[in-house]
Design a protein around this ligand. Sequence first.
Ligand SMILES: [Fe+2]
Length: 438
Amino acid sequence: MQILGISCYYHDAAAVLLRDGQLIAAAEEERFSRIKHDYGFPHQAIRFCLETGGIQGSDLDYVVFFEKPFRKFDRILMSVLQTYPQSWKVFRESMITWMLDKLWVGGVIESELGVPKDRVLFSEHHLSHAASAFLCSPFEEAAILTVDGVGEWTTATWGTGRGTDIRLTHKIEFPHSLGLLYSAFTAFLGFEVNEGEYKVMGMAPYGKPRFIEKVWKLIHQNEDGSFYLNMGYFSFHHSTDETFNSRFAELFGNPRPPGMPFFTEESGYPRYFGRQPANYHELCAQNQFYADIAASIQRVTEDVLIRMANCLHQRTGQKRLCIAGGVGLNSVANSRILRETPFEELFIQPAAGDGGGALGAALWAYHSLLGKPRTSCMEHAYWGRQYSESEIASFLDESGMVPGPLRMGAACSRQPQHSGRPSAGRHEGHRQCQDKVP
Ligand SMILES: [Fe+2]
């Protein structure tokens, strides 16, 4: 049975091919289009998957889309109506993009791939995230936590996975979103939303979390781990280009100018910025302030996730936890979950963002919907296009990137080799993993 998973139309479009439950190929569209976070329909990633599998679209048994477009459109319309007239621009822009193509992705799949309508399935956004973590993990049973910006309505879920069954018992809905809270600070700190979040995480260790109390004015967490945002500080629910409002800026001061070079007294002045400016110490003080803000939102994010994980452990009694969703890419928070909660083992989906939704959707259809048993798990993330040394050498030669004669093996990197051997019984209750390389 051959199943293609697809994610697109928000960010990180991707395609994945499964054959009898085994991963054959997976890639994000940006790898081919060279457009970072390309969110368009993943024509090239799909072509790559089909070519790797040696099949055509008409050979597919199912195509599974990673979310439900009509439910997402419902959320956008409801949010627009609730915040009108501030949201008129969102209304205008979303009507154009959604009516033109986003709502009709089923028809696009049908016409592009020659797959009949009854073979096009739709998962749910957070179910796809959950499946991408649990069904790829080596665990027979585990707790599951998904946290991101927003899917259709949902921004976080938690529950349990057993065998092929995934039960997400709790959820938090838009506009209350830990991911969108972090993104608001990403914008405040001068970085691009849905792109610069990792820079906030990287900036945090240069600062001291001295604004934690202020950050807690924006979010309240309940005893059961759920939370809600104080929407009086945000704009993302009625704006396409602003995530926080003037009240937020009153609380935290002026936003950091985009592109402002980052250095502190502790980091020193990097030589690659050129000559040290005359007002170096003044700039250090400014950057230190922003690093302290980054440290504060990072600490609150970690603390929220730790409480969610602790509550999830109390409810489920599970020793293992699977995490996905864009916030699952916060590796600093993940390390604290491992150290500071009773969970003994974590599985984090490497493609925890929406690109991994394509994988989760396909796995959900194969295992949870069609009831096929799990026979493997994901041991590495090298499922994209491979390039031979000669291809790399000729590219470097033609582009003139490497002056002088090319030394093979020095300039060319080699992809890790996989043995294909099963890694047997590492822990009791673990699924034995069969490593498949196309
Ligand atoms: Fe997501």
